[in-house]
Design a protein around this ligand. Structure first.
Ligand code: AMP
Ligand code: MG
Length: 343
């Protein structure tokens, strides 16, 4: 299949809408990462997403809308909990996905057979225009091959999906750069399943205390059920082995320099100096938004450079948006961490 590269002109947005209405797949820009979209109400179209990505069928998708009224109009949920309404008022449109009891219009392919559905109203104007042009809500996971870093530019999408999908709409670089925050409103006490651009602190300021799912910070034990199926897979990983290094600026530099070699690189803050190996940027120290924005691009650059077998990465902080950066990077590292204060 020949994959069309579309712009965000009105004519091209209409072409994307028509492809989606007819059951095709389109890569779309959002403020988080690029999504791989299909008509969320068409089970056969949604199945093609899993095929194109090589995504396990038990990993459900997020349904994207461009107006809150569409939740009722398309019978997407059985119930819209009061706390969800409050969060929608505060943070939609934006990088927040809410899980609610599934409505009967949503095919099982979208929810991977679960009785719940994930919904998001993206803030990116081009995403909103595409959903509007399609005239239906769009199911969309990230537009990468399953397991590789999520795409934050149209070129990343083309790199993974050229020949596998109908079109990609180029809407520039994604502002946030990490996938949306996912929270479930199904239990009485809402629970964070995946950290993202809307932080725990942001959410608690609107609906009070929430739980944080164990899988956000820790590796699932063998046989343990994942509340969010996506959390159980190795994710976001470049081909090189990534190891997180916990420690001060000096301790990090000393460790990397004394373990350097031809196939070694560092993923570090822009302020980090005097490293004797090639470096890739993890943004500015203490500036979690810049870290989120750069992380996936840097992971892809590591692969592009070729020949690298081992990458030592700074260990992100876990407050604010830092929690989301940590959550992704620890998965890219397969939970391998060296704590320099303990050796
Ligand atoms: P992606 O858009 O590729 O980042 O994947 C969507 C994420 O949302 C995955 O981690 C899914 O496991 C999660 N998700 C989607 N629907 C549900 C649901 N009904 N319950 C729990 N997690 C969900
Ligand atoms: Mg994904």
């Amino acid at each position: 299949m020949n994959t069309l590269l579309l712009s965000d002109s009105q004519k091209d947005i209409e072409t994307a809408g028509e492809i989606l209405r007819n059951g095709g797949l389109v890569g779309i820009p959002t403020e988080t990462v690029y999504g791989l979209a299909a008509n969320a109400l068409d089970g056969a179209a949604v199945r093609k997403i899993f095929e194109a990505k090589g995504r396990p069928m038990d990993n459900p998708l997020i349904v994207h809308i461009q107006d809150i009224s569409e939740i009722r109009k398309f019978s997407l949920v059985r119930e819209f909990p009061e706390k969800a309404e409050k969060l929608a008022e505060a943070y939609w449109s934006g990088p927040l996905t809410m899980i609610m009891p599934k409505g009967n219009a949503v095919p099982d392919e979208v929810s991977a057979g679960l009785d719940t559905v994930a919904i998001r109203f993206p803030e990116h104007k081009t995403a909103q225009r595409i959903i509007k042009a399609a005239g239906v809500p769009l199911a969309a996971p990230s537009a990468n091959l399953s397991g590789s870093p999520s795409p934050t530019t149209a070129a990343h999408v083309m790199n993974d999906m050229n020949g596998r999908i109908d079109a990609v709409v180029d809407g520039g670089e994604c502002r946030v750069g990490l996938e949306s925050t996912v929270i479930t409103l199904v239990p009485k006490k809402p629970r964070l399943l995946r950290p993202g651009g809307i932080t725990v602190e942001d959410i608690e300021s609107v609906i009070g205390e929430i739980d944080i799912d164990d899988a956000v910070l820790n590796k699932l034990r063998d046989g343990e059920q994942a509340a969010s199926p996506g959390m159980k897979y190795k994710h976001y990983a470049p081909k090189a082995r990534v190891v997180l290094i916990k420690g001060s600026d000096e301790a990090f530099a000393d460790y990397v320099n004394s373990h350097s070699g031809k196939e070694v690189a560092a993923l570090c803050y822009e302020e980090d100096k005097a490293l004797t190996v090639p470096v890739f940027s993890l943004g500015k120290k203490g500036d979690y938004s810049s870290q989120a924005h750069l992380l996936f691009d840097s992971l892809r650059e590591i692969d592009k450079k070729g020949g690298l077998k081992l990458v030592y990465a700074r260990c992100p902080e876990t407050d604010g948006v830092g929690l989301a950066v940590y959550n992704r990077l620890i998965r890219a590292a397969g939970f391998e961490v060296i704590d320099l204060e303990k050796i």
